[in-house]
Ligand binder design. Structure first.
Ligand SMILES: Cc1ncc(COP(=O)(O)O)c(C=O)c1O
Length: 376
């Protein structure tokens, strides 16, 4: 057995869509990106969605649009991937690390409130592994303090919290389509908002400063552009090369159709894991998983003798991981942190187990069986 930890679920539907882009011979920023953005906005119930080459780019731009003065502070969880806090540094702002809630592993609301001061301008909740941060509570507090809210939804896609999509509670929501995520475009990301005025410069910012749709220009070349200035554009904002391209969007359009089925499969696997491990002494599920309600990118456990179990599973061909070393102890971020005592200790019990839509029942049973064997 060789059980993978994550795996993109891609096949002939994605290939057929790529073929269409080839036939059109338009594989950069183009009509499929536009189409994918519309579909994504519909899926999550946002007024506007912009496709990017990663969630890292989305997080960078999500902060950049507010033009915060250099040196202001942003509250971010310590338990997250580097991108959440790197986006803060890209914008010459200061990350303030927040400890995790012991149960949900999202931002601990009390610690967040304790770490707030007058220099804080924004907060970036991460729906860790797909488990929702209580956005109703967070938004009430953020409004009181007049803070902007950027949701990092890299671990969830299209899930509802109290009837509203994650990613649409805050001012901006950022999603990831990197290959290990709930759905993929190879690499890719999306940012959404229900306040379109916030995104007035975002299309230029993701396209080296050019606020013009090349595809549309090409279509309009004969019909609409009767003067000689079809080539003209003006640079008004500092832009990055962050656009999604039509090849990625072609994969995304096929993945979108499969998303409900892939999510149902993930939920089924998590239910099997929960049932299978419930009587094993020495381990507990990482989170209060509700797989029938939310969409999870990762399944993990808190385990006694964590390292020995990891080595044992490795010897049986089962890939595992640990998500993540808290950023507050990473050398890059240490100058800003070192003050999230709960998660910095607790993470040493975490193991991420295999979870992806193509995982077979046989593989899931094998993983559960090997964990049982280890503790017996
Ligand atoms: C919580 C979180 N935020 C952001 C990202 C960045 O996503 P991307 O790889 O699309 O830039 C990741 C990727 O792993 C992530 O886990």
């Amino acid at each position: 057995m060789n059980v993978r930890l994550f795996k993109p679920s891609v096949g002939k539907e994605e290939l057929q869509n790529i073929e269409k882009a080839f036939e059109r011979s338009w594989i950069g920023l183009g009509p499929t990106v536009n189409e994918f953005e519309k579909e994504w906005a519909n899926l999550v119930g946002a007024k506007m969605a912009v496709g990017l080459n990663s969630a890292t780019a989305a997080l960078h731009l999500a902060l950049a649009i507010f033009n915060f003065p250099e040196g202001k502070k942003v509250l971010v969880p310590s338990l997250t991937f580097s991108s959440t806090a790197s986006a803060v540094l890209y914008n010459r702002l200061i990350p303030v690390f927040v400890d995790s809630d012991p149960v949900t592993l999202g931002m601990d609301m009390e610690d967040m409130k304790r770490k707030y001061d007058e220099d804080v301008v924004a907060v970036m909740p991460v729906h860790y592994a797909g488990h929702p941060v209580p956005m109703d509570e967070l938004m009430t507090w953020a409004k009181e303090k007049d803070l902007r809210v950027i949701e990092d939804c890299a671990h969830t896609s299209g899930a509802l919290y109290k009837g509203k999509s994650l990613g649409t509670w805050g001012d901006v929501g950022c999603y990831s389509f990197e290959e290990k995520k709930i759905m993929t475009t190879g690499d890719g990301g999306m940012m959404v908002t229900n306040q379109p005025e916030l995104f007035k410069d975002v299309k230029a910012m993701r396209w080296v400063g050019i606020d013009k749709d090349n595809w549309k220009t090409a279509q309009d070349y004969v019909d609409a552009n009767r003067d000689a200035l079809h080539w003209f554009y003006e640079l008004n904002v500092l832009g990055y090369k962050y656009n999604m391209n039509d090849l990625a969007a072609s994969i995304g359009m096929a993945q979108l159709k499969k998303l409900p089925k892939m999510n149902a499969r993930r939920s089924g696997i998590i239910r099997t894991y929960l049932d299978g491990i419930k009587d094993i002494k020495g381990i507990q599920p990482l989170l209060p998983y509700e797989p029938e309600k939310y969409v999870y990118q990762m399944f993990g456990i808190r385990a006694e003798k964590r390292d020995e179990l990891m080595i044992y599973l490795k010897s049986k061909g089962i890939a595992t991981g640990c998500h993540y070393t808290p950023l507050s102890v990473q050398p890059l971020f240490k100058p800003y942190g070192g003050n999230c005592p709960f998660i910095e200790k607790e993470v040493n019990t975490f193991i991420t187990l295999p979870l992806h839509a193509d995982l077979t029942d046989e593989e899931v049973d094998y993983v559960i069986g090997k964990i049982k064997e280890f503790y017996n």
